[in-house]
Design a protein around this ligand. Structure first.
Ligand SMILES: O=C(O)[C@H](O)[C@@H](O)[C@H](O)[C@H](O)COP(=O)(O)O
Length: 255
């Protein structure tokens, strides 16, 4: 867990951290893969990355970009996470379009069939997976997740059926409490394939969610508690979001 002074600094520090992670992955393996998230914190990180002086240390042409979830809306709809990510960052850097993998739109190849669109994205992920590891999705270097005030991550909401999915990496979500109601989301097993999962929570409105998720609840009640990487899980907060954490978690004990 790392707690920053405020929302703006958290976004800037997380952007610097992500640049370093991508640069290291590209130096080690020739490419990197990152899963983007929607929402204010997720897009705030992307905007801070676009503004970073170190931005072009990233080899943008050797970066694979995926999404953790998407609002199932027509292509170009301003509420789509993809549209917001392109405005915040992707339209300003020379990514390889073939390596940017938005989740399907509701007027895309599968029309408004969210289940078929979810299967289509799962098939796209499968083409990039590491077959030697018997995974269903690539071993993402970093999977970003904004945390909702109810502790949801991606489009996995508390007590929602999608949380029980243990096989499929991508599912359609109906009746989401956060509009729009129909979404597409990675499932917890897919999220856990990532090397690192970074959870972003800034603002007073996330203090209760952070307290609940970090106090050892079940993942059905608090999906953020079920979002962990197989090498590292990092909570990135600001002081406002950390303000309700139990003393044994924050502030750090002075040495
Ligand atoms: O499609 C979405 O809405 C997001 O993917 C969602 O999971 C978001 O990350 C959280 O709701 C936090 O959003 P805020 O950062 O705006 O609070």
């Amino acid at each position: 867990m790392v707690v920053h002074r405020d929302k703006e600094l958290m976004a800037q520090a997380a952007a610097a951290r992500l640049i370093t992670k991508i640069v290291d992955a590209q130096a080690a393996r020739g490419s990197a893969s990152v899963v983007l998230t929607g929402g204010r914190n997720g897009n705030g990180l992307l905007a801070a990355l676009a503004a970073s002086p170190a931005r072009d240390a990233v080899d943008w042409a050797r970066l694979d970009l995926w999404w953790g979830d998407e609002r199932f809306l027509p292509a170009g709809d301003p509420d789509r996470n993809e549209v917001q990510a392109r405005a915040a960052l992707l339209d300003q850097v020379p990514v390889d379009p073939a390596r940017v993998h938005p989740m399907p739109a509701s007027d895309g190849p599968w029309g408004n069939d969210a289940e078929a669109a979810a299967e289509g994205y799962a098939a796209e992920l499968a083409t990039a997976r590491d077959v030697l590891n018997h995974d269903t999705v690539p071993r993402f270097d970093v999977l970003l997740l904004g945390v909702g005030p109810d502790t949801h991550v991606a489009s996995l909401f508390p007590e929602h059926p999608a949380l029980h999915e243990r096989e499929r990496p991508v599912v359609a979500v109906h009746g989401a409490p956060k509009p729009p109601p129909t979404r597409i989301s990675l499932t917890l097993p897919a999220i856990r394939t990532a090397r690192e999962v970074w959870l972003l929570a800034a603002g007073e409105d996330k203090a209760e969610a952070a307290r609940i998720a970090l106090s050892g609840p079940g993942e059905l009640q608090a999906p953020a508690a079920g979002a962990y990487g197989h090498s590292r899980t990092l909570w990135l907060l600001d002081r406002a979001a950390a303000s309700a954490l139990p003393p044994q978690l924050y502030p750090p004990a002075t040495a």
